[in-house]
Write a protein that binds this ligand. Structure first.
Ligand code: ZN
Length: 227
Protein backbone atom coordinates (compact mmCIF):
# COMPACT_ATOMS: atom_id res chain seq x y z
CA UNK A 1 0.00 0.00 0.00
CA UNK A 2 1.27 3.44 -0.91
CA UNK A 3 0.84 5.77 1.99
CA UNK A 4 -0.62 9.15 1.02
CA UNK A 5 1.52 11.98 2.26
CA UNK A 6 1.19 15.68 1.70
CA UNK A 7 4.66 17.17 1.72
CA UNK A 8 5.29 20.73 2.77
CA UNK A 9 7.28 23.01 0.51
CA UNK A 10 10.21 22.74 2.91
CA UNK A 11 10.06 18.94 2.84
CA UNK A 12 10.06 18.94 -0.97
CA UNK A 13 13.13 21.16 -0.87
CA UNK A 14 14.84 18.80 1.56
CA UNK A 15 13.94 15.78 -0.59
CA UNK A 16 15.33 17.47 -3.68
CA UNK A 17 18.51 18.43 -1.89
CA UNK A 18 19.09 14.93 -0.50
CA UNK A 19 18.47 13.40 -3.92
CA UNK A 20 20.85 15.81 -5.61
CA UNK A 21 23.48 15.04 -3.01
CA UNK A 22 23.36 11.39 -4.03
CA UNK A 23 20.76 9.62 -1.86
CA UNK A 24 18.42 7.23 -3.63
CA UNK A 25 14.63 7.63 -3.64
CA UNK A 26 14.40 4.48 -1.48
CA UNK A 27 16.72 5.93 1.15
CA UNK A 28 14.72 9.14 1.26
CA UNK A 29 11.44 7.23 1.29
CA UNK A 30 12.55 5.43 4.49
CA UNK A 31 12.63 8.72 6.39
CA UNK A 32 9.07 9.57 5.42
CA UNK A 33 7.64 6.06 5.60
CA UNK A 34 6.40 6.11 2.03
CA UNK A 35 7.36 4.20 -1.10
CA UNK A 36 10.21 5.26 -3.33
CA UNK A 37 7.72 5.87 -6.13
CA UNK A 38 6.10 8.62 -4.08
CA UNK A 39 9.50 10.28 -3.73
CA UNK A 40 10.23 9.82 -7.42
CA UNK A 41 6.88 11.40 -8.33
CA UNK A 42 7.55 14.40 -6.09
CA UNK A 43 10.99 14.82 -7.66
CA UNK A 44 9.53 14.69 -11.16
CA UNK A 45 6.82 17.20 -10.20
CA UNK A 46 9.58 19.42 -8.89
CA UNK A 47 11.37 19.19 -12.27
CA UNK A 48 14.38 17.34 -10.89
CA UNK A 49 15.92 15.18 -13.60
CA UNK A 50 16.22 11.65 -12.30
CA UNK A 51 19.35 9.56 -12.43
CA UNK A 52 19.13 6.27 -14.26
CA UNK A 53 18.80 3.46 -11.79
CA UNK A 54 21.95 1.38 -11.51
CA UNK A 55 20.29 -1.29 -9.43
CA UNK A 56 20.88 -4.89 -10.43
CA UNK A 57 22.17 -4.28 -13.92
CA UNK A 58 24.01 -7.22 -15.35
CA UNK A 59 26.76 -7.46 -17.94
CA UNK A 60 25.00 -8.23 -21.21
CA UNK A 61 27.86 -10.51 -22.27
CA UNK A 62 28.92 -12.58 -19.26
CA UNK A 63 25.99 -11.85 -16.95
CA UNK A 64 28.04 -10.75 -13.94
CA UNK A 65 26.28 -8.24 -11.69
CA UNK A 66 27.61 -4.76 -12.41
CA UNK A 67 29.07 -2.79 -9.53
CA UNK A 68 31.16 0.34 -9.32
CA UNK A 69 34.16 -2.02 -9.12
CA UNK A 70 33.70 -3.83 -12.41
CA UNK A 71 32.23 -1.20 -14.70
CA UNK A 72 32.23 2.58 -15.06
CA UNK A 73 29.55 5.11 -14.32
CA UNK A 74 30.30 6.69 -17.67
CA UNK A 75 29.50 3.46 -19.47
CA UNK A 76 26.23 2.98 -17.59
CA UNK A 77 25.22 6.54 -18.24
CA UNK A 78 25.45 5.70 -21.94
CA UNK A 79 23.42 2.51 -21.52
CA UNK A 80 26.38 0.23 -22.12
CA UNK A 81 25.93 -2.60 -19.67
CA UNK A 82 29.22 -4.41 -19.97
CA UNK A 83 31.80 -5.30 -17.35
CA UNK A 84 35.42 -4.16 -17.61
CA UNK A 85 36.67 -7.62 -18.52
CA UNK A 86 34.20 -8.11 -21.41
CA UNK A 87 34.87 -4.57 -22.58
CA UNK A 88 38.61 -5.25 -22.61
CA UNK A 89 38.18 -8.44 -24.63
CA UNK A 90 35.83 -6.71 -27.04
CA UNK A 91 38.35 -3.93 -27.61
CA UNK A 92 41.16 -6.43 -28.19
CA UNK A 93 39.04 -8.24 -30.80
CA UNK A 94 38.10 -4.93 -32.43
CA UNK A 95 41.74 -3.88 -32.58
CA UNK A 96 42.78 -7.14 -34.23
CA UNK A 97 39.94 -6.85 -36.70
CA UNK A 98 40.93 -3.26 -37.51
CA UNK A 99 44.57 -4.22 -38.07
CA UNK A 100 43.49 -6.95 -40.45
CA UNK A 101 41.30 -4.55 -42.44
CA UNK A 102 43.75 -1.65 -42.46
CA UNK A 103 47.18 -3.15 -43.05
CA UNK A 104 48.47 0.13 -44.51
CA UNK A 105 47.48 2.13 -41.45
CA UNK A 106 48.32 -0.43 -38.81
CA UNK A 107 51.41 0.24 -36.77
CA UNK A 108 50.94 3.97 -36.91
CA UNK A 109 51.58 4.20 -33.22
CA UNK A 110 54.86 2.34 -33.51
CA UNK A 111 58.21 3.75 -32.56
CA UNK A 112 59.43 3.53 -36.17
CA UNK A 113 56.38 5.39 -37.48
CA UNK A 114 56.90 8.21 -35.00
CA UNK A 115 60.59 8.51 -35.78
CA UNK A 116 59.85 8.78 -39.49
CA UNK A 117 57.08 11.29 -38.96
CA UNK A 118 59.28 13.45 -36.78
CA UNK A 119 61.68 13.84 -39.71
CA UNK A 120 59.24 13.90 -42.62
CA UNK A 121 56.43 15.95 -41.13
CA UNK A 122 57.47 17.66 -37.90
CA UNK A 123 54.23 19.67 -37.69
CA UNK A 124 52.07 16.56 -37.91
CA UNK A 125 54.27 14.84 -35.34
CA UNK A 126 53.86 17.74 -32.92
CA UNK A 127 50.12 17.93 -33.64
CA UNK A 128 49.71 14.29 -32.63
CA UNK A 129 51.76 14.67 -29.46
CA UNK A 130 49.95 17.90 -28.59
CA UNK A 131 46.54 16.34 -29.10
CA UNK A 132 47.39 13.54 -26.67
CA UNK A 133 48.78 15.73 -23.93
CA UNK A 134 46.00 18.31 -24.30
CA UNK A 135 43.43 15.57 -23.88
CA UNK A 136 45.14 14.35 -20.71
CA UNK A 137 45.27 17.87 -19.31
CA UNK A 138 41.65 18.50 -20.23
CA UNK A 139 40.66 15.35 -18.37
CA UNK A 140 42.78 16.15 -15.37
CA UNK A 141 41.46 19.73 -15.16
CA UNK A 142 37.91 18.75 -16.07
CA UNK A 143 37.89 21.08 -19.09
CA UNK A 144 36.06 20.82 -22.39
CA UNK A 145 37.97 19.22 -25.23
CA UNK A 146 37.24 18.83 -28.95
CA UNK A 147 40.65 19.06 -30.62
CA UNK A 148 42.06 16.70 -33.19
CA UNK A 149 45.51 16.61 -34.68
CA UNK A 150 44.31 17.76 -38.11
CA UNK A 151 42.91 20.92 -36.58
CA UNK A 152 46.06 21.55 -34.56
CA UNK A 153 48.19 21.11 -37.67
CA UNK A 154 46.00 23.64 -39.49
CA UNK A 155 46.64 26.37 -36.93
CA UNK A 156 50.40 25.91 -36.64
CA UNK A 157 52.28 29.12 -37.43
CA UNK A 158 55.91 29.13 -38.55
CA UNK A 159 56.63 32.12 -36.37
CA UNK A 160 55.36 32.85 -32.87
CA UNK A 161 52.52 35.38 -33.24
CA UNK A 162 53.52 36.99 -29.96
CA UNK A 163 57.29 37.16 -30.01
CA UNK A 164 58.25 36.61 -33.64
CA UNK A 165 60.49 33.67 -32.79
CA UNK A 166 60.69 30.79 -35.21
CA UNK A 167 58.64 27.92 -33.83
CA UNK A 168 60.28 24.50 -33.80
CA UNK A 169 58.16 21.43 -34.45
CA UNK A 170 59.00 17.76 -34.29
CA UNK A 171 59.65 17.16 -30.61
CA UNK A 172 63.12 17.06 -29.15
CA UNK A 173 64.42 19.06 -26.24
CA UNK A 174 62.12 21.83 -24.96
CA UNK A 175 63.52 25.23 -25.80
CA UNK A 176 62.01 28.70 -25.96
CA UNK A 177 61.30 28.02 -29.63
CA UNK A 178 59.30 24.85 -28.99
CA UNK A 179 55.67 24.85 -30.04
CA UNK A 180 53.28 25.33 -27.17
CA UNK A 181 49.51 25.11 -27.02
CA UNK A 182 47.83 28.09 -25.40
CA UNK A 183 44.23 28.42 -24.27
CA UNK A 184 42.99 31.92 -25.01
CA UNK A 185 40.34 31.81 -22.28
CA UNK A 186 41.68 29.16 -19.89
CA UNK A 187 38.28 28.19 -18.47
CA UNK A 188 36.85 27.51 -21.93
CA UNK A 189 39.17 24.56 -22.27
CA UNK A 190 40.80 22.85 -25.20
CA UNK A 191 38.25 23.58 -27.88
CA UNK A 192 38.53 24.74 -31.46
CA UNK A 193 38.68 28.52 -31.62
CA UNK A 194 39.96 28.83 -28.06
CA UNK A 195 43.50 27.58 -28.64
CA UNK A 196 46.50 28.89 -30.48
CA UNK A 197 50.05 27.78 -30.93
CA UNK A 198 52.77 30.05 -29.69
CA UNK A 199 56.40 29.65 -28.72
CA UNK A 200 57.16 28.01 -25.41
CA UNK A 201 58.70 31.30 -24.27
CA UNK A 202 55.53 33.30 -24.99
CA UNK A 203 53.46 30.75 -23.11
CA UNK A 204 55.83 30.79 -20.14
CA UNK A 205 55.85 34.58 -20.02
CA UNK A 206 52.08 34.65 -20.11
CA UNK A 207 51.68 31.75 -17.72
CA UNK A 208 49.49 32.96 -14.88
CA UNK A 209 48.86 36.51 -16.05
CA UNK A 210 45.50 37.82 -17.20
CA UNK A 211 45.24 40.34 -20.02
CA UNK A 212 45.33 43.35 -17.71
CA UNK A 213 48.45 42.10 -15.95
CA UNK A 214 50.10 41.44 -19.31
CA UNK A 215 49.28 44.94 -20.47
CA UNK A 216 50.75 46.42 -17.28
CA UNK A 217 53.82 44.27 -17.72
CA UNK A 218 54.25 45.45 -21.32
CA UNK A 219 53.88 49.08 -20.29
CA UNK A 220 56.47 48.58 -17.57
CA UNK A 221 58.91 46.97 -20.03
CA UNK A 222 58.41 49.84 -22.50
CA UNK A 223 58.98 52.46 -19.83
CA UNK A 224 61.94 50.78 -18.13
CA UNK A 225 63.86 49.33 -21.05
CA UNK A 226 63.29 51.82 -23.84
CA UNK A 227 66.28 52.27 -26.15
ZN1 ZN B 1 31.02 -9.21 -18.62
Amino acid sequence: MVKKIEFTKLQIEQITKRYQEGETPSQIANTYGCSRDVIRDRLIENRVSLRKSRVDKKCTICGVKLTSENTTWYRQKNYIYKCNECMRQEKAIDANEWRKNNPDRAGKGSEKYRRNLKKKNPKRYTAQQMRGSAKKRANALDLDYDLDSKYLESIMPDVCPSLGLEIKYGGGEKTKNSASLDRIVPEKGYVKGNVMIVSQLANLMKNEANSEEMLNFSKWVMKTYKN
